[in-house]
Design a protein around this ligand. Structure first.
Ligand SMILES: Nc1ncnc2c1ncn2[C@@H]1O[C@H](COP(=O)(O)OP(=O)(O)OP(=O)(O)O)[C@@H](O)[C@H]1O
Length: 608
């Protein structure tokens, strides 16, 4: 008996009737705790169910990864020695076992094996549970175990602490039965714990390097916003001077840092969700390596807008998919000619964007690009333009002389008298200027149909539509939806100087199935809205507007085949049964359209 044990303690334990005479003080204190937790003599430790164990192992995956090499090597060396090696979580659950196989089989009988829970409160005094309680190494020999059934075991356990922040990560334990000689177990378990901690330290240093790499990449793209990068323990990896100045002693930041270490085992999107909005005004990005979060980046975006007229180049636009690639290829060829181009497409398909790209591809350096919204042109104003030197006719002449471009938006909205006057004005200006104007027109309804129906003058039509480019609606080129989204999100990030939105696979599949009546305009609005509302920048299904989440209600229409068939019928309808025209609208070859008609069982008895 050790001096510090009082007579009263002794009497208490004698009352239990099982205290060994040679008991050491830490063991006796552990017995005291075990007795007060009401533990009765158990044959084996409680065992976790399959799914509980999977979750437990998942949560401790960093520890398991850090211990893998040590466990493999020592486990191999301990085979046929009667010793086994256990890696346990910080709540005493056995995560992995290695070493002597016969001993492992005996361990199973007491659940001294994977899934067994060896905390003190589960099975009383034992090296694993008692080391967790004491936060230091301990060896517990046979009768020192609180439960009699465990007396056949000897165990030496050492805590493993996180080299980043000193938190208890788990326990490494050597166990052997009474009939096996073992003198060095305590030293071996301490050495293994040191090796595991060294390996964890190396992983941690690599993670910090990765966080710095991500920061460099972000800075290349977005410049030098005030930024703070924290590792998984919320320790600073990098902080810019301005961030430090702005947030020194900030309570919200301190609270956020306190939350980070406890969240790190979770999925990156769950961490982002949990931390969202915790630092108002800052963008928060959870940095992950594969599925594991390794840190958090906080930045304060400086607004550095790029002029809106600065769109992408034709080559870049063409990268989103085969249909747009072909369209841009034609556009590039036409850009180098004086042929007037009519661009048609539903609202928001990117007609203006394409017209600007054509203009930039046409002239180096490009002259000016003037948009003329025909829906605002009145007959009176056009008459004045024709009759005398108005501001607009001066502008048109200047454009013509300098090789600039005139882009007529919605010419189909002009009343008949105004159409005639516009034609005269265009002819007058071209006749006087040597270079001529690069003429582009945009229409969201088929202008040819309007001409056929007598609503648009034929002479003006042919003056505008030397060549036609038709941008199919997004829903007719579903494979281009996700690349378009990425392009729009990337452009939004660049023009606002903010972080780029990321989407979960669930959100992407809903967006891909959505029918996008407002095309790229709707997509641009969506990206701006999500960016404004999402503190984390990670977009999940539930962040999307209701109409985009309603996929299941219109399943048939939203299967790829279902929607493609509907689009084909719609295009044929639009083209008044003319299959060549329908194929053009769909952005596919006529032969491809025939194949699709056959596959959907649609009769080919249409005009060609
Ligand atoms: N290739 C693209 N990449 C990124 N954003 C694009 C692209 N094309 C268009 N956008 C964006 O989509 C939105 C709609 O484009 P745009 O104004 O060119 O469409 P539109 O067909 O001219 O529309 P409307 O018929 O309503 O005038 C704009 O915000 C534009 O910046």
């Amino acid at each position: 008996m050790v001096a510090s044990i009082t007579k009263r303690d002794w009497e208490e334990y004698m009352a239990i009737g099982r205290v060994p005479l040679s008991v050491r003080e830490p063991v006796l204190q552990s017995w005291q705790r075990s007795a007060s937790s009401g533990i009765t003599s158990l044959k084996s430790a409680p065992k976790l169910g399959e799914s509980e164990l999977v979750a437990h192992r998942q949560e401790a995956r960093r520890l398991r990864l850090g211990a893998r090499a040590a466990l493999q090597k020592a486990g191999y060396l301990l085979n046929h020695t009667g010793n086994m090696l256990l890696l346990c979580s910080n709540s005493g659950v056995v995560l992995d076992v290695a070493g002597d196989e016969v001993t492992q089989a005996r361990g199973r009988e007491n659940h001294l094996h994977v899934g067994g829970r060896w905390s003190e409160s589960s099975i009383g005094t034992n090296a694993i549970g008692t080391a967790i309680h004491l936060r230091r190494p301990i060896q517990v020999n046979s009768v020192e175990h609180y439960c009699e059934e465990i007396h056949r075991w000897n165990c030496a356990a050492t805590p493993i602490t996180d080299p980043a922040d000193g938190r208890l990560l788990g326990i490494v334990d050597i166990s052997w039965p009474n009939d096996v000689e073992q003198a060095n177990a305590a030293a071996l378990s301490a050495t293994l714990a040191l090796q595991i901690e060294a390996d964890l330290g190396r992983h941690h240093a690599m993670e910090r390097e990765k966080l710095m790499e991500r920061l460099q990449m972000r800075r290349r793209r977005l410049g030098s916003d005030p930024v703070l990068v924290l590792d998984r323990s919320a320790r600073e990896v990098f902080a810019s001077e301005d961030f430090r100045r702005l947030y020194d002693g900030n309570e919200a930041l301190n609270f956020l840092r306190a939350c980070i270490p406890n969240l790190m085992g979770q999925a990156p999107e769950d961490i982002a969700e949990a931390l969202s909005g915790s630092l108002p005004g800052a963008d928060l990005e959870v940095i992950a390596e594969g599925e594991d979060a390794i840190g958090v980046m906080l930045s304060l975006p400086r607004r550095r807008p790029v002029p809106v007229s600065h769109g992408a180049e034709l080559d870049k636009i063409g990268r989103i998919g085969a249909v747009t690639f072909e369209l841009c290829r034609q556009a590039r060829r036409l850009a180098g000619t004086h042929i007037p181009i009519l661009i048609e497409g539903e609202t928001g398909t990117g007609k203006t964007f394409l017209a600007q790209a054509i203009h930039r591809a046409a002239a180096r350096p490009p002259g000016s690009f003037e948009m003329l919204d025909c829906s605002t042109l009145t007959t009176r104003a056009l008459r004045e333009d024709l009759a005398r030197e108005t501001r607009r006719s001066a502008m048109l002449e200047q454009l013509a002389e300098s090789g600039g471009a005139l882009c007529l938006d919605r010419p189909g909205s002009l009343p008949p008298e105004a159409q005639k006057l516009l034609l005269s004005l265009l002819e007058q200006v071209s006749a006087r200027a040597c270079n001529g104007i690069k003429l582009l027109s945009l229409s969201s309804t088929p202008l040819y149909d309007a001409m056929q129906g007598g609503r648009f003058r034929g002479d003006l039509y042919y003056r505008l539509a030397g060549a036609r480019l038709i941008i199919p609606p997004l829903r007719m080129r579903r494979q281009e939806i996700i690349p378009s989204l990425r392009m729009v999100a990337e452009r939004h990030a660049r023009t606002t100087g903010k972080r780029e939105l990321r989407f979960t696979s669930g959100a992407l599949s809903l967006l891909e199935a959505y029918h996008w009546p407002g095309n790229l305009l709707e997509m641009s609005n969506l990206v701006a809205m999500l960016d404004a509302l999402s503190p984390s920048g990670l977009i999940d299904e539930k962040n999307l507007p209701a109409e985009m989440r309603r996929r299941s209600e219109r399943r048939e229409e939203h299967t790829l085949r279902g929607s493609e068939k509907a689009e084909i019928l719609e295009a044929i309808e639009f083209a008044d049964g003319n299959l060549t025209e329908a194929a053009r609208r769909l952005g596919i070859a006529r032969s491809t359209l025939y194949l699709k008609l056959d596959s959907y069982g649609i009769a080919r008895t249409r005009k060609s």
